[in-house]
Design a protein around this ligand. Structure first.
Ligand SMILES: NC(=O)c1ccc[n+]([C@@H]2O[C@H](COP(=O)([O-])OP(=O)(O)OC[C@H]3O[C@@H](n4cnc5c(N)ncnc54)[C@H](O)[C@@H]3O)[C@@H](O)[C@H]2O)c1
Length: 315
C-alpha cells in the first residue's frame, strides 16, 4: 500500500482522497486554505455511505475508508513518507509553477509528483525543476471515484519508470489509466469531447437540429454502446470483416461530411441564445443543483451496473 499526499483539497482533491483511500492507500490532505481539508472530510463522510450502498468501496466500510485519510497542517508533514503526491490546486500556470517548485524541494526523493491539471501541459510548469523527471500530469474526470479513466501525461523529461509506477498505482485503485506517449493540448479526452461539442454546436447553429435531438442522439443512441466500448471496438464490430472492412465501406460517407466541418462555430455567439433558451425551458436555473445531484446518482448507478455486468456477462 502506498502513502499518497493530496495537495489542494477542493473538488478534485477530495475526490482523489476517496479513490486512493478505498483501495487501502494511506492519504494525507493539505491545502493552503486551512478550512479546506475539514470541508473535504465532511464531503467524504457524506458520500461514503452512498458508495457503500452501491458496493463501490471495495468491501471496506465507510469508517475504514475514512480511517485511511488524515489532515496535515504543515505541507512538509503532508508529503513526508509519500510515494505519490497528487496536486489539485487552481488551474493557473503561476500557481502550478510555485506549488511544483515547493513540492520538488521538500518531497522525498523518490516520490512521484502528479498534477490533476485539466489543460496545462506538464512541460510548462516542470521544466526548470531539479526533479523534473518525476513530474507528470494525472488528469481525472470528476469524480475519479466514479469515473475510472485518468490521463497520464508525461513531459518530455518524465522518466519511463515514473510513468510505469503511476500506471501501477492507478491500476491498484481500479482506475483505467490512459497513458499518453507524449503531451498534447487537450490530452485525449478533451480533444474527443471538443470534436463532438463543436459538431453539436454547428448542427444547432446551422438550424439542422434542436439541442434536445442532439442530446437524444448521444443519450439514447451512440452512448449506449460507448458506455462499455470505445469507438474503435464499436467499428470493429459494426462490419462483418472488422475495422478495415468498416473503414473501406463507410469512409466515403465521412469524407463528404468532413469537408463541411472545416469552419469554427463560436459557442458563445448567437447559437448560445438558442442553446441557453432551450435548456432553461426544460431546466430552470434554480434547478441546476438538484439536477446535478440527480446526475451523480445516475452516474453511481451506472458505474455499479458496469461493475456487475462485467462480472456477470464478462468484459
Ligand atoms: N473540477 C473538475 O471537474 C476538474 C476535473 C479534472 C481536473 N481538474 C483540475 O483539478 C485542479 C483543481 O481543481 P478543483 O476543481 O478541485 O478546484 P477547487 O477550486 O475546488 O480546489 C482548489 C483548491 O486548491 C486550494 N489552493 C489554492 N491555491 C493553493 C496553493 N497555492 N497551494 C495549495 N492549495 C491551494 C484551494 O484552497 C482549493 O481548496 C485544477 O487543475 C483543475 O483544472 C478539475
Amino acid at each position: 500500500m502506498a502513502n499518497v499526499a493530496i495537495i489542494g483539497a477542493g473538488f478534485i482533491g477530495r475526490a482523489w482522497a476517496i479513490t486512493f483511500a478505498r483501495s487501502g492507500h494511506t492519504v494525507t490532505l493539505w491545502d493552503q486554505d486551512k478550512s479546506a481539508p475539514a470541508g473535504a472530510i465532511g464531503f467524504i463522510s457524506d458520500v461514503l455511505p452512498d458508495l457503500a450502498a452501491n458496493d463501490l468501496l471495495n468491501g471496506r466500510s465507510p469508517e475504514a475508508v475514512l480511517g485511511n485519510i488524515r489532515i496535515e497542517d504543515e505541507l512538509s508533514a503532508a508529503v513526508a513518507g509519500a510515494e505519490h503526491i497528487q496536486e489539485n490546486t487552481p488551474e493557473r500556470l503561476d500557481v502550478k509553477k510555485a506549488v511544483f517548485s515547493e513540492l520538488d524541494a521538500i518531497a522525498p526523493e523518490d516520490a512521484v509528483i502528479a498534477s490533476s491539471s485539466s489543460a496545462l501541459l506538464p512541460s510548462h510548469f516542470t521544466e526548470t525543476l531539479a526533479g523534473r523527471h518525476r513530474c507528470l500530469v494525472v488528469h481525472p474526470i470528476n469524480p475519479p471515484y466514479l469515473v475510472p479513466a485518468a490521463e497520464v501525461v508525461p513531459a518530455p523529461w518524465t522518466a519511463p519508470e515514473v510513468v510505469q509506477r503511476t500506471r501501477e498505482l492507478l491500476n491498484s485503485c481500479g482506475q483505467a489509466p490512459i497513458v499518453m506517449k507524449r503531451e498534447l493540448d487537450g490530452f485525449i479526452m478533451n480533444r474527443m469531447q471538443g470534436a463532438l461539442l463543436e459538431e453539436a454546436f454547428r448542427l444547432v447553429a446551422d438550424g439542422y437540429a434542436t439541442i434536445e435531438d442532439v442530446d437524444v442522439g448521444i443519450r439514447d443512441g451512440l452512448a449506449l454502446r460507448w458506455a462499455f466500448m470505445g469507438p474503435f471496438e464499436t467499428i470493429d464490430l459494426n462490419a462483418p470483416g472488422g475495422v478495415r472492412d468498416y473503414a473501406e465501406r463507410y469512409q466515403g460517407i465521412y469524407e463528404n461530411i468532413f469537408n463541411q466541418t472545416q469552419r469554427r462555430v463560436d459557442w458563445t455567439g448567437p447559437v448560445m441564445d438558442t442553446v441557453e433558451h432551450d435548456r432553461r425551458q426544460v431546466l430552470p436555473e434554480e434547478k441546476l443543483a438538484e439536477r446535478q445531484a440527480w446526475r451523480d446518482r445516475r452516474l453511481m448507478a451506472l458505474v455499479a451496473h458496469k461493475r456487475r455486468a462485467a462480472k456477470d456477462i464478462g468484459e
